[in-house]
Design a protein around this ligand. Structure first.
Ligand SMILES: N[C@@H](CCC(=O)N[C@@H](CS)C(=O)NCC(=O)O)C(=O)O
Length: 217
């Protein structure tokens, strides 16, 4: 696989067929397809951010005719896409709603609980502090789409982010309207106009707010 000059050090594919993986050998990556060396910061190169705006490996591009260069990031989403499109017998992700929900429960446990715990310990040692902040990533994405996170409409992707965005806003003391205007507009948009959790409205310094949260729990 030759470097076609797109990225400073990332070898992008010349034959645009099938599923192309962008990754490197890491706990949730493997050495296939194009190597994106996160130890050298290649995940933050514009050409890779165009594939995964979150700046993390793994990511794939699906060049098959049906999928038309579809970009997928987040290991869970990649696994679902592969299962949905390359497993006609549904061996990897069952079709039966009960079995499917069970498989997805454990997949989501892996990506949302186990991986962050493992990374809390390992990432600062290997990579230093993460440089791309979630709220900035979401704000840019919503600025690009002008609406919702995915599929041009309100989906479970928007629903999933709501509580955590409010929590980040509170914990980090974010000024959304001035610093993250697209995120602020998204929160105000029809369908997202839910009341803030009561504990967010507690006045006073952070310690008092935390005490109020514990009291109300
Ligand atoms: N939730 C993501 C996590 C991906 C992730 O954190 N990848 C690491 C390598 S194992 C990475 O690219 N880190 C680079 C960075 O954070 O700058 C997934 O499951 O795909």
């Amino acid at each position: 696989m030759a470097n076609d000059g797109h990225g400073a050090g990332i070898a992008f594919p010349e034959d645009k067929q099938g599923v192309h993986l962008y990754s490197m050998c890491s706990p949730n990556g493997c050495e296939q397809g194009s190597r994106v060396n996160v130890l050298k910061g290649q995940q933050r190169e514009p050409q890779f951010l165009a594939i995964n705006p979150v700046g993390k490996i793994p990511a794939i591009v699906d060049f098959d005719a049906d999928h038309n260069g579809l970009k997928v990031f987040e290991s869970g989403a990649i696994l679902c896409h592969i299962a949905d499109t390359r497993d006609p017998e549904h061996k990897l992700l069952p079709r039966d709603p009960c079995q499917r929900a069970e498989a997805l429960s454990w997949l989501f446990f892996h990506t949302s609980t186990l991986v962050p715990i493992a990374q809390t310990v390992s990432v600062p040692l290997v990579l230093g502090a993460p440089s791309l902040k979630s709220q900035g990533i979401l704000d840019r994405r919503l600025g690009d789409t002008g609406g919702w996170l995915a599929a041009g409409r309100y989906t479970i992707a928007d629903i999933a982010h709501l509580g955590m965005v409010l929590l980040l806003k509170y914990i980090l003391g974010l000024h959304l309207k001035t610093d993250y205007p697209h995120l602020a507009a998204w929160l105000d948009r029809r369908g997202m106009n839910v009341p803030e959790p009561c504990w967010l409205l507690v006045e006073g310094p952070r310690e008092e707010k935390m005490a109020a949260i514990r009291e109300r729990a």
